[in-house]
Design a protein around this ligand. Structure first.
Ligand SMILES: Cc1cc2nc3c(=O)[nH]c(=O)nc-3n(C[C@H](O)[C@H](O)[C@H](O)COP(=O)(O)OP(=O)(O)OC[C@H]3O[C@@H](n4cnc5c(N)ncnc54)[C@H](O)[C@@H]3O)c2cc1C
Length: 415
């Protein structure tokens, strides 16, 4: 019999909420603790590849997410300097639907987060608590005791899922590691009302494709979100002024300078990229162990990765469904954690390494960029061979989806 104590989830981001939902769907009582005073996500977009929409289907919230998500027709790589198309993938054609049963979606983060939060709130087995920063997790043979920064309270849990993000305190305590590795790249991002856009930009928004403008040590990503009402832009570049433990690098002036060689379409878009906050980009090398007795890592805490394959949250959703499945199979949470980690570490590590390599490919300069463009010039938009492994979860980690596989027509339909 499972313990009468709840399973605790630390962190109420996409990973933590999905984990809480998956555990509750597996019949476990869950208490989720989040350090922020209120649940929320940042105002930017998120790409959800078919492995993520499969996970959302399994969690029973795909239809809700599709209510506001956009189903882009194409994923296009453009050369940010020459302005020419390098390669593309047709995300609604027959080759896609024959290979993937679930749609490629782009969504606003707050919409996905809100759908997960609403599903958790509707789940009687889930208790959500905010304003609690976990400072300590002490485990013995049959429980974990959590302590908090804000109050002198203890929470006894059967077991703990650490979904406390990139800078996970629990991961550092369990592994003895230092800080994540800064890539010296920084991102500026945000979603603006489509109505504010004119000319080429409004045409791009209407086209609804996901466009990646790849350039030397920089790139720009664009796609519509929230039924096409908002247009998401992410400008990423390597800073030559990187200084550890400081926020004086990766400035707006450097952004302008780095993108000065870009083509007109990219330079036109740059003034509309949100500048209110900058995100330094980090990852870590893959970690072979995610389960430590009654504590297991999930999401960015387990596999922080650079965003170049747009898979961090997708992998967190895969983690959640794999966790749910393991909890259904194993009464003891520690056994379930071992099974969950055994199914997930290798694949997530491969995606972490792949993300790093894809970033290098995007950011090539001179002859390197020319060779990349030549090598990709003859790829067919129907050729998913290179990316299919990323978009397909490993066998044994997912259960049967809640809805029937999407047909070409349903994938192409507006969400
Ligand atoms: C520029 C950029 C673009 C990206 N684009 C994509 C994309 O298109 N597709 C994709 O799949 N991924 C993308 N990602 C990655 C994705 O954003 C992350 O992988 C994902 O949000 C991680 O979710 P998480 O729940 O694991 O962590 P987080 O979202 O970081 O959530 C962690 C939560 O834990 C809380 N917390 C932290 N410490 C404590 C504590 N001690 N006690 C209690 N609570 C705590 C935090 O407040 C937070 O709410 C992108 C990332 C970046 C930087």
């Amino acid at each position: 019999m499972p313990s009468p104590l709840p399973l605790a989830v630390v962190g109420g981001g996409i990973g933590g909420l999905a984990a809480a939902l998956a555990a509750a769907r597996a019949g476990r009582t869950v208490t989720l603790v989040e350090r922020a005073a209120r649940f929320g996500e940042i105002g930017a977009g998120l790409q959800l590849a078919p492995n993520a929409s499969l996970a959302l289907d399994e969690l029973g919230i795909l239809a809700e997410v599709r209510r506001s998500a956009v189903t882009p027709p194409r994923l296009v790589m453009m050369d940010a300097v020459t302005g020419t198309e390098v390669t593309s993938l047709d995300l609604r054609g027959r080759a896609y639907t024959e290979r993937f049963a679930h749609p490629y979606l782009v969504t606003h983060r707050t919409d996905l987060h809100a759908a997960l939060l609403a599903a958790c709130r509707a789940e009687p087995l889930v208790t959500l608590r905010t304003g609690l920063t976990v400072t300590r997790a002490e485990q013995d043979a049959d429980r974990v005791r959590l302590s908090f920064a804000e109050r002198d309270e203890r929470l006894d849990a059967d077991a703990v899922i650490a979904a406390d993000g990139l800078h996970s305190r629990l991961r550092r305590a369990l592994t003895g590691e230092g800080d994540p590795v800064c890539s010296r790249y920084v991102a500026y991002r945000g979603a603006i009302p489509t109505g504010r856009m004119t000319g080429r930009m409004s045409q791009a928004a209407a086209d609804a494709a996901v466009v990646v403008w790849a350039g030397p040590a920089m790139h720009l990503v664009q796609y519509p979100v929230r039924r096409g009402e908002l247009y998401n832009q992410v400008a990423v570049f390597r800073s030559d002024g990187y200084t550890p433990d400081s926020d004086t690098w990766g400035t707006e002036a450097e952004l302008e300078e780095r993108f000065a060689t870009a083509c007109e379409a990219v330079r036109d878009a740059l003034p509309l990229v949100a500048r209110d906050r900058r995100w330094p980009l980090y990852d870590r090398p893959p970690l072979g162990r995610w389960a430590y007795g009654r504590i297991a890592l999930l999401g960015d805490a387990a596999h922080p990765m650079l965003q170049y394959l747009a898979q961090g949250a997708c992998q967190a959703l895969e983690d959640a469904t794999a966790l749910g499945r393991a909890l259904r199979e194993q009464a003891d949470a520690a056994d379930a954690f071992t099974a969950y980690a055994g199914r997930r570490t290798e694949r997530a590590g491969r995606v972490q390494r792949g993300a790093h390599l894809f970033g290098d490919l995007c950011h090539l300069d001179g002859m390197g960029a020319t060779m990349r463009n030549l090598a990709l010039a003859h790829r067919s938009p129907a050729d998913f061979d290179d990316i299919a492994w990323v978009w397909t979860p490993a066998p044994g980690t997912v259960a049967a989806p809640a809805t029937a596989p999407a047909t070409a027509a349903s994938i192409g339909a507006p969400a």
